[in-house]
Design a protein around this ligand. Structure first.
Ligand code: UTP
Length: 270
């Protein structure tokens, strides 16, 4: 069982301006809860009891208050939420590295809370179950458009069920340079080896310390495998994605999904 999860949530959230001028992206509501709560709930479903949230200075306390203020949230009674501050947004790789001390030498789940699974579409729990000592990164077959927006792996051999060997990775390669169509979609299970790799990494694409570059080095030394997901994640990091995610989650909500679907049908598909 992997007991600890890391959720990097210290990015600038510029694509969600003006919503994120003051409110951090982690606290932007989706249906009836802030985005970060979906991440903590997903980590808990995968077995985590300690969730380290990487926040920018000034926000950590607010995030923790959300999880504690009126007592524990239903279903999260056994989960401790721990904020760790990333002083400056130097990139996702740097954000993960700030969790090193709190992770304390254990393997850990890592998830980006601006990507929310569809209802019933968890993959992190399956990755935790498949863990055999190698870092494991979640992959999805990408269409052309996404090859310039995501990290893409170099496959290192034939798949064994959902698991493929990873021989390397390239951040945002674009169609021409892409070594495959298998993209990194924001769910990972790392061994503490990743910290040694991140520590020595120079900034990469966009001047940021890229998690993809660490995955590249792990892959090159035969220390990483991929887990191909059979469903995509909802991306709340941009306005249209936020609305789409809200619609999918609201339409599936047992409390009012039926009424919401009727509303959508009446309003737009008469
Ligand atoms: P993104 O690049 O998608 O997020 O980073 P962003 O920077 O918040 O968004 P935009 O592009 O400005 O709109 C992916 C994830 O990595 C985290 C973000 O919070 C997000 O969950 N991140 C990124 C950090 O925690 N620290 C960083 O320095 C960069």
């Amino acid at each position: 069982m992997i007991e600890v999860a890391v959720i990097p949530a210290a990015g600038k959230g510029t694509r969600l301006r003006p919503a994120t001028r003051v409110v951090p992206k982690a606290l932007v509501p989706v249906v009836d809860r802030p985005a970060i709560q979906y991440g903590v709930e997903e980590a808990a479903r995968a077995g985590a009891t300690e969730v380290i949230v990487i926040v920018d200075p000034g926000v950590g306390e607010l995030v923790v208050r959300h999880f504690t203020e009126e007592g524990p949230l239903p279903g999260l009674e056994h989960v401790e939420v721990i904020p760790v501050v990333q002083e400056e947004a130097r990139g996702l790789g740097d954000a993960v590295l700030t969790a090193r001390e709190a992770v304390d030498g254990r393997p850990f789940l890592c998830l980006l809370a601006d990507n929310i699974p569809r209802p019933g579409g968890d993959v992190l729990d399956r990755m935790a179950a498949a863990f055999d000592g190698l870092s494991l990164v979640c992959l999805r077959t990408l269409t052309d458009e996404f090859l310039s927006r995501y990290g893409v792996i170099v496959p290192g051999g034939e798949p064994d069920g959902p698991v493929v060997p990873v021989a390397g990775a390239v951040e945002k390669p674009g169609v021409e340079a892409a070594p495959s169509r298998l993209g990194l979609i924001g769910r990972y299970l790392f061994t503490p080896e990743v910290f040694d790799v991140l520590e020595d990494l120079p900034p990469g694409v966009g001047g940021e310390v890229q998690l993809t570059d660490a995955i590249d080095l792990l892959g090159r030394s035969g220390r990483c495998a991929g887990y191909v997901a059979d469903t995509d994640l909802l991306d709340i990091g941009n306005p249209l994605g936020l609305v789409e995610a809200t619609t999918v989650l609201a339409a599936a909500d047992p409390r009012f999904g039926e009424r919401y679907r009727a509303f959508l049908a009446e309003e737009w598909c008469p």
